[in-house]
Every structure is written in C-alpha cells, then in structure tokens.
Design a protein around this ligand. Structure first.
Ligand code: FW2
Length: 293
C-alpha cells in the first residue's frame, strides 16, 4: 500500500483539477500540477472529485488520471462514483493495482427518493468489490442526498468520510459515532475550523491554488496561533467571494494561473471556461488579496 495515513497530523487533501486542452485531458500538466502542490504541503490527492469534474469524465479518462496521479504523488484517493454500478465497481477494482489509500464515492445521485436501504446496498457492493478502503464522499448540495453518521455506522464497512458541508457539527458527528474512521471536511470556508476541532484534515479546492496558505493554516493551528490561522482563512474566503459568482469550478483554473503562475488548461463544457471580462474581474480581486497573503 502506498503510504498509510499519518495519525499525527492533519491531512491536506487536494481534489485536483483536471486540465483540458481542446476537450482532451493534458496528463502532463496534471502530473506537473500535482508535483507542485505536493511540494507546497499537500499530503494526498483526490482524483476525479468534484473540482476534478469527475461526474463529467469517462471511465477511461478517470483511469488515465489515476495512473498520472499515482506517478506524481505517494498518497492517492480515487473517486469512483458512477450511476452505472458496473462502472463504479470496475474503477474500484482497477484502483487496487495502484495501492491507493482509498476509493471514495458519493451515493447514487440525481434520482430522488432513493431509500437508505438502497444507499447502504450501493456502498456494501463497492466494499465487496475492492480490497481498498472505501470512503464516503458526502456532498448533499451536489447529490441531493445526505448520508449522515448513523447511516454510515449502520453500513459498517466505510473507513473514512469526506463531508462537503458547511455545518461542522454534521462532520463532527461521524467522528463522534465512529472515532476509528478518518473524517475530513470539504468546505473551503472551514479549513481553520476543521483543523481546530481536530478532524483528520480537509479536502479543499483551495489546495489547488493556495496550497501554501492551507499549509500555513495547519502550521498556525498546530502552533496555537489562532489569529494567523483565522486571517489566512478569511483571505481564502475573499477568494471564494470573488470567484463563486463567476462559477467556482471554472474559476479554479484561473486561480491556479493567478496564484501559482502556470497554465493548467481549462475546464470542459458544460463547465464553460471564464470569459475574458470575468477573468479580468477575478484577476483584479486576486491582486488585492495577494498583497495581504
Ligand atoms: C472535491 C472536493 C472539494 C469540494 C469543495 C468545493 O471533490 O472537489 O467539495 O472544495 O468547494 O471534495
């Protein structure tokens, strides 16, 4: 297995963006981007998550990303969710050959009124399909389903949770009911809070464009420097305020360019790239933030 999770410090997990050029993935840019953010404090990369536009990728594209990520980082989590169980199972099995730290999945999404029994069955089927630990990716705002702590406990085979949720109490409930599993929060606005309450770490898009700041928040929390950690968190919040109205997942590509100084391609429609006027507006906001980082 590639790298066991460190118990002694909180993990910074980057849901890595998927760089496209002319509709095709640029795997070299992907691997170079991963190497840069790992150098700057990222511990684990999350492949084909939301920021990576996972639900809009083919199975072959996800496999290619996993291979590139595994060559660039020691610790990898692979998001395998698919509305075709057969495909999710195939990806979960495929992940074994790369010694991933975990495979993760959102619950079956889009369809309203899927029962708790059906959600539990989906996760148990995935657990049975792979020897890799299975993590729940809970993102109710995106999937329309909240798989809370009691259901995870009942499912029984889930070894970690990434909860993209701005309610920290919701995330803490997993830890309270199941202290033995890894619990991460996925909200960019809660990096400081997640670390301060002793979660196992964070899974945040900001680790793509400001890995140094996310890492500095972790160091400040460890040193008890609450003022510094909160100041950095608020600067990230300013980035969110400037970029969310433009379409956050497209804006992340520009933010990497603006903060890290290199081109990581663009998203693929229907996640349309920012237009020129939007890029100019974002660049002006980032200039002001950069002065204070
Ligand atoms: C992913 C994440 C992080 C996001 C969050 C979006 O897969 O992209 O949920 O940073 O703002 O886990």
């Amino acid at each position: 297995m590639a790298g066991q999770p460190s118990r002694s410090r909180m993990d910074i997990i980057a849901p890595v963006i998927t760089p496209f050029r002319g509709g095709r993935i640029d795997l070299e840019a992907y691997a170079d981007h991963i190497k840069n953010i790992v150098r700057k404090g990222v511990d684990v990369v999350f492949v084909a998550g939301t920021t990576g536009l996972g639900p809009a990728l083919t199975a072959e594209e996800k496999k290619a990303l996993l291979e590139a990520a595994s060559s660039a980082a020691k610790r990898v989590i692979f998001h395998v969710a698919s509305l075709r169980l057969e495909e999710a199972v195939e990806l979960a099995k495929y992940a074994e050959r790369f010694g991933v730290e975990a495979v993760a999945s959102v619950p079956p999404y889009y369809f309203p009124r899927i029962s708790e029994r059906q959600i539990a069955r989906y996760f148990r089927d995935l657990c049975a399909a792979t020897s890799a630990p299975l993590y729940l990716y809970n993102y109710p705002a995106a999937t329309g389903k909240d798989v809370g702590a009691p259901l995870v406990k009942e499912i029984g085979c889930i070894r970690g949770v990434k909860d993209t949720n701005e309610e920290i109490a919701h995330t803490l409930a997993y830890k309270r009911l199941m202290p033995e599993i890894r619990v991460y929060n996925g909200a960019d606005s809660l990096i400081f809070a997640s670390m301060a309450v002793g979660l196992d770490g964070v899974v945040v898009s900001a680790a793509n464009y400001l890995p140094e700041a996310v890492s500095a928040i972790r160091e400040a929390v460890a040193a008890g420097d609450v003022d510094k950690a909160r100041r950095l968190q608020f600067l990230i919040n300013e980035v969110l305020d400037a970029s969310r109205p433009l379409g956050y997942f497209a804006a992340v590509y520009e933010l990497v360019k603006l903060f890290q100084g290199y081109d990581v391609g663009e998203p693929r429609p229907p996640i349309y790239p920012l237009e020129a006027a939007e890029r100019t507006k974002l660049a002006a906001a980032v200039e002001k933030i950069k002065e204070r980082i």
